[in-house]
Write a protein that binds this ligand. Structure first.
Ligand code: HEC
Ligand code: HEC
Length: 487
């Protein structure tokens, strides 16, 4: 049985404020703290077989799953960077290096349009959707998954996290590569996802080191040619469930013991604000610090956005022919109420997972929190030039259609216009105003001191397990390719 709602327990916490300058010596807060996480909260009851996890770990770091064999899941979900990439917006395939050293090696068609999500506790059963906009989600009837692949998603996918793993490999910009570069990219360019998954499964099945690992991980597998992308996805999910589990932070000790005195005084005061007057737990609720819902909070957007075509009403409102904003959940539901709404992110290890926001607009945790207190002021005052994005080398432009698809290097005269896309939304008044109009977050007043305490509380979500994450990176992978990310 899967729990859809976080399981609340009510723990009355007595906060002893020993600060002499405070009028209150003892404050009582009836703080609603969630129940601690246990194995049962995770897929595979938190304990998939070692063989499945080992296979998943190897695949996660092996560039074999990318069309041009130059990027792995781990490149963007880097264990040395707390499972993100440390960048506001990353560079997908065609890039080289990790973190702030990442640049383009080959020409690319653009930036990855959203901040790479950290993967902490992503194997928790409570997740009902994946991605900032939730476009991969459990079907309402409880059977199967709703995804951008529609009926193409094969049967036999046992969980949401495995369903997610089918998608990064089909994205030309993230992993597949550009039309004409390799057969996987060719299939991806024509949205022939079944072919992408088939080609990648064949690659794995024809790599000797993987075949035995597959047989160990899937005892029902009889022959090599039965290996499919479903097996790959299931293994990736098992690995992520174990590797990115985080329930041993100082805050978890409080949940297990009910003893807030384990935290610093500042953090306890931050906790009481978080669950009390600051209203954070209205959305960042439960042990995962998310309500799994979507909210428009007026976060600034940098980068090229997610596009999705042109329509006349949009042209009417903005004078621009095609969307450059990232309209978030609206892209999935086409419901105006979802404009610019994004899934409430988990705050587990949040002090380590910057830059913050769906496009990484904020470079400090404090700025991300302050945004919540005055969304309108923060959005309207946001200076997009403060955001550091990696330099792009040569940029390619897609030409032609169908079998005439091709690429040309963007002419210098058009390049400047292309680069302006990084800041266009924030420098175009109408577009900023659309984001503002959708905002649902009510402003709140907190003192500088209170904000500092909230930050102190969020640091209690930093798990020592994050420092051990780099141990997950294998030294070599069966394909013989260089492990990604590089050390
Ligand atoms: C080029 C960088 C890149 C690569 C490579 C990449 N990802 Fe991601 N990942 C992202 C970004 C960016 C997002 C958020 C995308 C969005 O919301 O549209 C994301 C989201 C996710 C999520 C959803 C997390 C959540 O909270 O909903 C999971 C799970 C994930 N990636 C796993 C993987 C796996 C497994 C692979 C390899 C098969 C992979 N990623 C490859 C950049 C990358
Ligand atoms: C109305 C629901 C809501 C409330 C209340 C709320 N948040 Fe958020 N928070 C969100 C959403 C949604 C995002 C992601 C928005 C985006 O990226 O566009 C977010 C993002 C964040 C981030 C950035 C996380 C990341 O990984 O990028 C932090 C930090 C954060 N919130 C902390 C807080 C704190 C502290 C409070 C209380 C002062 C709070 N939030 C109150 C919904 C909420």
């Amino acid at each position: 049985m899967t729990r859809l709602l976080p399981n609340w327990s009510f723990i009355g916490v007595v906060l002893v404020l020993s600060c002499a300058t405070t009028a209150l010596d003892v404050a009582r807060a009836d703080t609603r703290l969630p129940a601690p996480l246990t194995d049962a909260d995770f897929l595979y009851d938190g304990r998939p077989t070692g063989a499945l996890v080992d296979l998943g770990r190897t695949l996660f770091f092996d560039p074999i799953l990318s069309g041009n064999r130059n990027i792995s899941c781990g490149t963007c979900h880097d264990p040395a960077l707390a499972s993100g990439d440390g960048l506001a917006l990353g560079i997908g395939e065609g890039g080289t290096g990790a973190g702030s050293r990442r640049t383009t090696r080959d020409p690319v068609t653009g930036r990855v349009p959203r901040n790479a999500q950290a993967l902490w506790n992503i194997g928790a059963r409570a997740y009902v959707s994946m991605f900032h906009d939730g476009r991969v989600e459990r079907s309402a009837d409880g059977h199967g998954f709703d995804t951008p692949a529609g009926d193409d998603l094969p049967g036999g996918v046992s969980n949401l996290l495995a369903a997610q793993a089918f998608f990064p490999v089909t994205s030309p910009i993230e992993m597949a590569g550009q039309y004409g570069e390799n057969p996987v990219a060719d299939a991806a360019a024509t949205e022939d996802r079944l072919r992408v998954w088939e080609l990648l499964a064949e690659r794995v099945a024809h790599t000797p080191g993987y075949v035995d690992m597959m047989f160990d991980a899937f005892p029902m597998l009889r022959a090599r040619d039965e290996i499919s992308f479903v097996h790959i996805a299931e293994a990736l999910a098992a690995f992520q469930t174990v590797a990115f589990r985080s329930d041993t932070a100082p805050f978890d000790d409080v949940l297990r013991t009910g003893d807030v005195s384990l935290l610093s005084r500042d953090a306890v005061q931050g906790l009481s604000l978080f669950y009390g007057k600051a209203g954070c737990a209205n959305c960042h609720s439960g042990p995962l610090f998310t309500d799994h819902g979507f909210h428009a909070i007026g976060m600034p957007q940098i980068g090229p956005g997610k596009g999705h075509g042109a329509d006349l009403s949009y042209f009417h409102d903005t004078g621009l022919p095609a969307r450059q904003e990232d309209e978030g959940r609206y892209r999935v539901t086409l419901d105006d109420a979802d404009l610019f709404a994004f899934r409430t992110p988990s705050l587990r290890n949040v002090a380590l997972t910057g830059p913050w926001g769906h496009s990484g607009a904020y470079e400090s945790l404090e700025a991300a929190i302050r945004h919540h207190l005055d969304p309108a002021g923060s959005l309207m005052g946001f200076d997009p030039d403060t955001v550091v994005l990696p330099e792009l080398g040569q940029v390619l432009r897609l030409t032609g259609r169908g079998t005439d698809l091709g690429f040309e290097v963007l002419a210098p005269s058009r390049r400047q216009d292309f680069d302006l896309r990084d800041t266009r939304v924030m420098t175009t008044h109408q577009l900023r105003a659309r984001i503002l109009k959708a905002n649902q977050l009510v402003p709140r007043t907190l003192s500088d001191n209170e904000i500092e305490r909230l930050v102190a509380f969020l640091h209690t979500l930093t798990d020592p397990a994050a420092a051990r994450l780099p141990d997950q990176r294998p030294k070599s992978v069966p394909s013989g390719l260089a492990v990604e990310p590089p050390l």
